[in-house]
Structures are given as C-alpha cells and as structure tokens.
Design a protein around this ligand. Structure first.
Ligand code: 13P
Length: 260
C-alpha cells in the first residue's frame, strides 16, 4: 500500500452467495464488530437481486455496495442483463467487471472494455479483474496476458476517466483454492499492471490507481500481502462471507504505508 498516492480498498465479492435476508443478517453482525478507523474504503459486491437490501442494511456504515456484472447497452431486448442505470438506481456505486468466473463463460477483453466505458459514463466505479491461468504462468506468458487484459480494458478512456478505475489482480490458480499468491508474486504483477498503465497513460495516472489483490486472501495472509507497495487492497471471496473474517481483513489493512 502507498497511502500517499492512493486509497486502500477492501472489497468483498460475494459471488452467488447471500440472499437479501442473509445480507441483512451479515450487515447486522458486521455493524457490531466493524472497526471505527478510516484506514480503508470498504465495498461489498452483492448479487444483483441482493443489492437494494444490502444498500439498506449498510446504511449509516462506511460500506458502499457494488454489483458483480453489468451490460454496456442502456436498455432494450437483452434478456437477463442488467444496465448501469439499474445498478445506479438500486444504490450500487461500483461494479466488478471481467471476473475470471465470467471470463470463463462469456466475457472477453472486448466486452470488458465496453462494460468499463459504460460503467464510467454512468458514474459507477469499475473494478476490473485481470489474471493469468496456471498454464499461462507456467509457460512464462503471465506478464503478456496481464498487459493485454489491462490495455484492452481501458483502451479509449481519458486520463480523468482512468482516475475512477480500480484494478484487481486475481490469478486464476489462487481463486477459491486456498493457495494465495505469495506477497512477492502479487507485488510483481501489481507493479506490472501499474507499469502498463504508466506506459498507456502517464506516471500520475498510474500512481493514483488502486490495484487490489484477490485469490484466497484471508485474515492470516492479508497483512503481508497488503504490506507490498503496489498492493493497495484486497478483493475477497470466501473469507468475505463471514463478517468476522471480513472485519479481520479490514483490520489487517491498518498498517503503515509501504514506500514506493
Ligand atoms: P476467494 O477469496 O474465494 O479465493 O475468491 C477471490 C475472488 O475471486 C474475488 O473476486
């Protein structure tokens, strides 16, 4: 983390978990144990149908609520899709785009680009996920894969628009496996993401963007991952389903800023 230049963000990705009722229960427990300090922004990305209940439940807390996917068209005959206006109207402030679980079914680098532009236009903060598979890492092409994903996602954005973007590095082999990237592995790729942005835009834009790490982050490994200079927060799946574990990860983010 480097708090001089950017925000620390701890974000939950609930994936296909938590009904509206369960979200209410989570928020109730969260409020009892949530730390008072303001050392990081806290986000919960809920299933679309749970968003309004989550927004209500987290009212008067520091938690902002986000979606997990969005479509780039404003409205029309797109059965099952959700527009940016719908997310905004439901109270979402951000949205995950390009999660590997979506890339594995239908998402492409190109659709990630369209969705990112649409989100920004609607005033939603995009949390763009990038990451390599184990095969890609073993073949030595992880850096190339990541820079292509990053460049494709933000192609066409202006520098002021870029300042609204959050990236999340989520290696596929670390998601839900219990095997997290080491702090050095996470740092190396997060630094590479920043360098790619620096080349595509400029140093000031790159310096200001928060880059999160996601993949088996938990209360025991969070502190050392978050201590890395280019890891500005976490995107947490499994461990964020439990209020106590989520709070302990938030607490782990309360540490001195690393030097760049
Ligand atoms: P886990 O924390 O369950 O590995 O999931 C990470 C993730 O995919 C967050 O988007």
């Amino acid at each position: 983390m480097n708090r001089k230049y950017r925000k620390c963000i701890i974000a939950a990705n609930w994936k296909m978990n938590k009904t509206p009722t369960e979200a209410k229960e989570f928020a109730k427990q969260f409020k009892l144990i949530a730390p008072k300090g303001r050392w990081c922004d806290i986000i919960v990305c809920a299933p679309a149908i749970t968003i309004p209940a989550a927004v209500r439940a987290f009212k008067e807390t520091r938690v902002t609520v986000g979606g997990q996917n969005v479509y780039w068209k404003q409205s029309g005959a797109y059965t099952g899709e959700i527009s940016t206006d719908m997310l905004v109207d439901a109270g979402a402030e951000c949205v995950i785009i390009g999660h590997s679980e979506r890339r594995s079914v239908e998402e492409t680098d190109y659709s990630v680009n369209l969705k990112t532009a649409a989100a920004i236009k609607a005033g939603l903060t995009p949390i763009i996920c990038v990451g390599e598979s184990l095969q890609q890492r073993d073949l030595g092409v992880a850096f190339d894969i990541i820079s292509t994903q990053v460049k494709m996602a933000v192609a066409g954005l202006t520098k002021p628009q870029m300042r609204k973007v959050i990236f999340a590095y989520e290696p596929l082999w670390a998601i839900g496996t219990g095997v997290n990237a080491t702090p050095e592995q996470a740092e190396e790729i997060c630094e590479h993401i920043r360098a790619t942005i620096r080349k595509a835009f400029d140093a000031r834009v790159a310096r200001a963007i928060s880059i999160l790490y996601g993949g088996s982050m938990n209360p025991s490994n969070a502190a050392e991952l978050l201590a890395m200079p280019d890891v500005d927060g976490g995107l947490i799946g499994g461990a964020a389903l439990d209020p106590e574990k989520f709070v302990n990860i938030i607490k782990a983010a309360n540490q001195p800023s690393a030097k760049e």
